[in-house]
Design a protein around this ligand. Structure first.
Ligand code: GDP
Length: 557
C-alpha cells in the first residue's frame, strides 16, 4: 500500500451502493479512539488541543472534573468530589473536517481501574502518547497489551519535544524491541528541548518549523501554528539550512537518508492489523504537530470495525439492525436518584432514543431511554447514534458489563475479557448480622464490574477475595457497601500482585500437584486462577511445573 497522507473525503471513499444508504456515510466518517499513556505524559493537554480543531459536540461525563475543578454537571459520589477526580470513563465526541471523532477517555492516575481496560476494548484505534524524555512507562505497557489483545491499530505520538528528549531512534527502538511492534516514522524531529526546530513530515517532504517565541499553548480553534506563514517549507528549500542551522541541517539530511533506507512506504494494511505503528513527534502543550498528527490519523485510522459474534457469525457496522454492547456501568451519579448509567458502544445500525432492543443475556426487551439529568444539559445527550458512537442509558438493573443489545435476529458479542488484577484483598463483613446484605452487595457490585471477585477453590460461605487493577476500585466498593447496603466492611490485603488463568482448567491444576509460591482460587466462572507475588514466581512455575500448561493474563470465560 502506498502512503495515504491526504484525508480521504469521507463520502468519496464509500462504495457507491453505501453512499445511497446513510449508514455507510455515517460509518465511514467516524473514528473512535482512545489515548493510552502513563500519567503526566500530556493526555489532558493533547485532548484539549484536539478539541480546538473541532467543536466539542457532545461530552458524556465529567472530564473537566479531573483537575479538581468542581464539576457543575454531575453530583457524583462524595469521594469523587473530595478528590476532584473523575471515576468514570467518558466519551468525548467532536467534529473535524468531514469526520465525527469519538475520543474515549481512559482514566489514569489514582482512578485507574478496570474501566480503563474496558474502554480500550470499546475503541477501534489507539493513540499511544509517550513522554519523549521518559520513553515507555508502566501504564503505557499495560494499556498496550489491552490494545494488542483487541487487535487495535496503534498510533504513536512522542510528546514534549520542546523539552530535552531521548534520541528519536531510541524511542523507536524501545517500541520495537519491548512491544515487538515495528514502527514507521511519519514525521521526524529536528533537535529537541532548547534546540527543537520542528519536524520533517515525510509524506509531503515538508519541514514544519517550531517557533518557540510564538508559543502560547492557546491556539485558536482550527489554528495550527505549524502551518502559518513561512513556517512550512520544502525540505529542499535553500532557506532551510539558515533557518535551522548547519549542524541540525546536516543531521536531518543524514536522518532522512537513514529513514528512507529503513523503509520507504507505510504499509497501511499492517497499521490496520496492529502490526505497525506510525510515529509522530510534537508538543501538545505548544500545539505543535497536533494538527499534522490529526490529519494523518484520519487518513490512516480505521472506521468502526465489525465484530465476530459468538457462534461464528459476524456483525458489520453497516448492518441495518442495531447492535451494541455495554462496556461500562456507572452508578449513583446522582445519589438522590440512585441512577445507574450504562455506556453502550454502538456496533451496527442506527441507535435512536426510545427504541426497543433485546438484551441477549436476559433475553428481555429493553427500552433505550436517556439517562435522567446525567450531563446537566439535555443537548449533551445523544438522540441518534451510529457504529462507533457511545451512548449513555439509564434503566437501572437492566444491564451488566458486556451485555449485547440488538434488534432483529439474536446476536451475542463475546464477553469483554478481564485483565490480570494487581491488588487483592479479602473483603470482610464487620457486622455478621448483615450477612444477606453483604452477599447481595458483593453480587451486585460484581455484576456491575466494579471489581473482580474470586473465591477459594472449595469455599462455602467464605469471604470473597476482591481483585482490582487500581486501589480506587476497593474504596468504591467499600463506600458503596456502606452507602447502599448499610454494611460496614474491612479489607484485608493479600500479598499478591499477579493473576494467571490456568488455560488447562482444573485438570491441569490437579496434574500439577502441589504448587509452591502461588495460591489457587476460582473466578466467577469457576475457572482456576493462580495468584502470585510477582512475575518471577510465575516464570518459576512455568519452568518447574510443565504439567500446569499455559497460563493466561486474561480471563477465559
Ligand atoms: P496527563 O496526566 O497525561 O493528562 O498529563 P497533562 O496533560 O496533565 O500534562 C502533564 C504535565 O506535562 C503538565 O504540567 C503539562 O503542562 C505538561 N505538558 C503536556 N504537554 C507538554 C509538552 O508538549 N511540553 C511540555 N514541556 N510540557 C507538556
Amino acid at each position: 500500500m502506498s502512503i495515504v497522507d491526504d484525508i480521504p473525503d469521507a463520502i468519496k471513499t464509500v462504495p457507491k451502493a453505501a453512499v445511497e444508504r446513510d449508514l455507510g456515510k455515517e460509518v465511514e466518517s467516524r473514528r473512535t479512539f482512545a489515548i493510552i499513556s502513563h500519567p503526566d505524559a500530556g493526555k489532558t493537554t493533547l485532548t484539549e488541543k484536539l478539541l480546538y480543531y473541532g467543536g466539542a459536540i457532545q461530552e458524556a461525563g465529567a472530564v473537566r472534573a479531573r483537575r479538581g475543578a468542581k464539576s457543575a454537571t454531575s453530583d457524583w459520589m462524595e469521594m469523587e468530589k473530595q478528590r476532584g477526580i473523575s471515576i468514570s470513563s467518558t466519551a468525548l465526541s467532536f467534529a473535524y473536517k468531514n469526520f465525527t471523532l469519538n475520543l474515549l477517555d481512559t482514566p489514569g492516575h489514582a482512578d485507574f481501574s478496570e474501566d480503563t481496560y474496558r474502554t480500550v476494548s470499546a475503541a477501534d484505534n489507539a493513540v499511544m502518547l509517550i513522554d519523549s524524555a521518559k520513553g515507555l512507562e508502566p501504564q503505557t505497557r499495560k494499556l498496550f497489551e489491552v490494545c494488542r489483545l483487541n487487535g487495535l491499530p496503534i498510533f504513536t505520538f512522542c510528546n514534549k519535544m520542546d523539552r530535552p528528549a531521548l534520541e528519536p531512534l531510541e524511542l523507536l527502538d524501545q517500541i520495537e524491541s519491548e512491544f515487538n511492534l515495528p514502527t514507521y516514522a511519519v514525521n521526524w524531529p529536528i533537535g529537541s528541548g532548547d534546540t527543537f526546530k520542528g519536524v520533517y513530515h515525510r509524506p509531503r517532504r515538508e519541514v514544519h518549523l517550531f517557533n518557540a517565541e510564538a508559543k502560547d499553548g492557546k491556539a485558536k480553534k482550527g489554528e495550527d501554528k505549524s502551518t502559518k506563514g513561512l513556517e512550512v517549507l520544502s525540505v529542499d528549500d535553500e532557506k532551510l539550512e539558515s533557518l535551522i542551522g548547519a549542524e541540525l541541517h546536516a543531521q536531518l539530511m543524514e536522518d532522512i537518508e537513514l529513514l528512507d533506507e529503513l523503509g520507504g512506504e507505510l504499509d497501511l494494511q499492517a497499521v490496520h492489523d496492529g502490526e505497525l505503528t506510525p510515529v509522530f513527534f510534537g508538543s501538545g502543550m505548544n500545539n505543535f504537530g497536533v494538527q499534522l498528527f490529526l490529519d494523518s490519523f484520519l487518513g490512516y485510522s480505521v472506521r468502526p470495525r465489525g465484530r465476530d459474534l459468538l457462534g461464528g457469525d459476524r456483525v458489520e457496522p453497516t448492518d441495518e439492525g442495531f447492535t451494541g454492547f455495554v462496556f461500562k456501568l456507572q452508578a449513583n451519579m446522582d445519589p438522590r436518584h440512585r441512577d445507574k448509567v450504562a455506556f453502550v458502544r454502538v456496533v451496527s445500525g442506527r441507535f435512536e432514543r426510545g427504541m426497543r432492543v433485546t438484551n441477549a443475556r436476559t433475553k428481555k426487551a429493553v427500552l433505550l431511554s436517556r439517562p435522567s439529568q446525567m450531563f446537566g444539559q439535555d443537548k449533551t445527550v445523544l438522540d441518534e447514534g451510529f457504529a462507533g458512537d457511545v451512548i449513555g442509558l439509564n434503566n437501572p438493573g437492566s444491564f451488566a458489563i458486556g451485555d449485547t443489545l440488538y434488534m432483529g435476529s439474536r446476536k451475542v458479542l463475546p464477553p469483554i475479557p478481564t485483565f490480570s488484577p494487581e491488588l487483592f484483598a479479602y473483603l470482610r463483613n464487620s457486622d455478621t448480622g448483615k450477612y444477606k446484605q453483604f452477599q447481595k452487595g458483593v453480587q451486585e457490585l460484581l455484576g456491575e464490574g466494579a471489581v473482580q471477585v474470586m473465591y477459594s477453590r472449595d469455599a462455602v460461605k467464605q469471604d470473597p477475595i476482591l481483585a482490582a487493577v487500581g486501589q480506587l476500585q476497593f474504596e468504591v466498593v467499600q463506600a458503596r457497601m456502606l452507602a447502599e447496603y448499610g454494611v460496614e466492611t474491612t479489607l484485608e490485603p493479600l500479598p499478591f500482585a499477579v493473576a494467571r488463568w490456568v488455560v488447562g482448567g482444573w485438570d491441569a491444576i490437579d496434574a500439577a500437584g502441589r504448587i509452591f509460591n502461588a495460591q489457587c482460587v476460582k473466578d466467577i466462572w469457576g475457572q482456576p486462577v493462580l495468584l502470585f507475588k510477582n512475575q518471577w514466581n510465575v516464570d518459576q512455575i512455568v519452568a518447574d511445573t510443565p504439567e500446569i500448561g499455559e497460563l493466561s493474563p486474561f480471563s477465559i470465560p
